[in-house]
Write a protein that binds this ligand. Sequence first.
Ligand SMILES: [Zn+2]
Length: 257
Amino acid sequence: MSKEFNKVALSFHAHPDDAEAWNAGVLKLLKDKGYKIVIASMTAGDLGGCNMTMKETAKLRIEEAKKAASVLDAEYYMLGGTDGFLFDTKELRLKAISLMRKVRAGVIFTHLPSDYHSDHRTTANIVETAAMVSSLDTVPVKEKPLEITPLLYHTSPLTLSDPLGSQIVPPHFFVDIKTAIETKKKMLGYHISQIELMKHMHKMNDFFGYVLEGNRNYGKMAGVEYAEVYWQHLGGGFQKEPQVQNDLSEFLINKMS
Ligand SMILES: [Zn+2]
């Protein structure tokens, strides 16, 4: 018998704009299917400011993230890790478990374990280990254990390569996000501080255009205009119910064209 996982999708990434960049299309489609959306970041992205202190940047970026989340009527949480200095600690794992329990997560999205960014890899590890024990009543947090371990999915950075440039396992599935693209643009558009930062860091004038270009490239691989790519955590410790794939079946593309 197939199991039902709570229709609460928790997008759990490292920095305040990660959910918008890698996951927003699917979050919008899931919202339309009746899911409650929750967005969380491990850090406030406090290194990502220009001409501001880390404290000022954190405040600004949390405000930007809340505005972006509100587009999907989503709650936004920040776990208090430090941008660029994120470590996998007992404290952060316990906070992650508390959050998963508080929002009664059924489906969790996080970075790939082989992502290019160190904070992303650390986040993937914290989220995976936290999710794996989120239903155990021996964990010392006050929130009630989840009835069932949530399903875990991984989101992608802009390329399908590991930090050394090798090709990674091809996406398990592509999602056609054409109907969600305006929502995704609107959410990205609230992260105004990042436009300035990318000009400064990478001399990149149109960061969000660059993100959308990534969605267009994935779209090309899948034979549609815009796509996001996903992997389900099938390597053990988690159920393999394809709930997201089933709920988004009309947008799903299993193979590269
Ligand atoms: Zn990030």
